[in-house]
Structure formats: C-alpha cells, structure tokens
Design a protein. Sequence first.
Lengths: 178, 67
Amino acid sequence: MDNDKKTLPKQNIILDSNIIQYSVDKNASSVFVPYLSELLQRGFGFAISDITIYELLKGASTKNETEMLRILNIFQRYYLTDNVLIASAQLETIYKIEGIEAKQVEGGDKFIGATAILTGSLVLTANSRDFPSPYFQELERKALVYLEKRNRSKCILASVLSPDITMINRRFSERPKK
Amino acid sequence: MNKQRMVNQVKPEVIRGEVRLPNQSVRVGSNAVGNSGKQAPINEIIRNLKKAAKEELFPPIVNPQNG
C-alpha cells in the first residue's frame, strides 16, 4: 500500500479556458493568479486540455500565437484522444437523460469534462453551469473581486468541480440500447 | 436565488475507478489519457501568467463566462 502511495501522481486540476483568460487579463489577473498560486501551494497540479489551445489561439496574430503557445506550454497538457472524444459524446448522451440540452454546454466544455472524468482530475472554471450537476459536484467556490476600467468592481465566481464517477457510470449503463 | 456558499478548501486526492466505454473499460487515473508529461514548477507558472497579463498577449475577455 505504501509503495502504491509513493507512485500515485498528484491530482491535477484542469483549467477551463476562461480561467486562463482571466489569469492573463490585465485587470483580473490580480486576483486570479494569487488563487492559482494558492491551489499550487495546496498541492494540486495544473493541466489543460488540447481544446483550450484551440479556444485561446483563435484569431491570434502570428506574434501573439508564438507567445501564447509559450505560455500554454508551461502546463501539462491532456491530448484529445479517441477515448476523450468517445467519452465526450457519451457525456452529451447522459446530459440528455437529465434533460440538459446539447446546446446548453459547449463542445469544448464536454471535452474538458470528459478529460477530467478519465484522468481523475478536478476542473476549475469561471462558469460552473458548463459542468452541470449531478455529473459534476462543486467542491469549492471562490468569489474573486477585481477592478475593471473606470474602477468598476467585478466579481467572478471560480468553482472547483469534481466529476461524480458513480453517477456517471450509473447513467452510462442506463443509456438506450437501441 | 443564487445562494453564495463557502465550501471548505478541497485537498488533492487521487480518484480511481473505472469508466466503461463501448469496447473497453478505461481505468480512471492520470494515465487514462495521453499527456505531455511534467508541467513547469510553481514559480515559472506564476511568472509566465503575470508576464502574459502585463504584456496583454491574449485578447480581452469578450464573453467572460463562456469557454
């Protein structure tokens, strides 16, 4: 058992694309970066999904693309493998069983959710509705308040969510056979 | 009403289990999905994020709650 413990990897938190956006935003970074730092100090690792690279590089100039890739490369990256694509499609199916319409959750968030399920990771997002209950449970919520232009105060709720593997497996088995 | 809830600080743990895909069962764990390997140390992550914010490399947040 002790041996097993030694080889266990640390738990990753997959950062939703919106968290990266806030963390590199001129104003929001003042509160997001310290929160990320706190999570790292608490022993979590960070990872991103391949889909985040697509979401954040869209429309970038070549110079920014190079710089942004340098920033994104500091994170461990989970690939969009066949298993992730299959699990994302299945996730959409079981969302439907709960009455969650496909258009309510964007494809990118399903890829991130499926990656979290398969890797035993948590998800950190600024929009917990993209990872709906009962398949994802909120473990922690942090109100992050910062000043925007003209000193307007803005509050963003960042949530750490965990996939509920038991519920997900149960619904997987309840999917229609025909 | 959107009730603000303060949740206890979550601690890292290793979640293990099994998810059934059509032709196989996938063991839940960090190796279930191919990954790029080790990430940068804490200081480097923080330094790079701060640098990116300072240089405004990324486009402004248009639809902040999405993505």
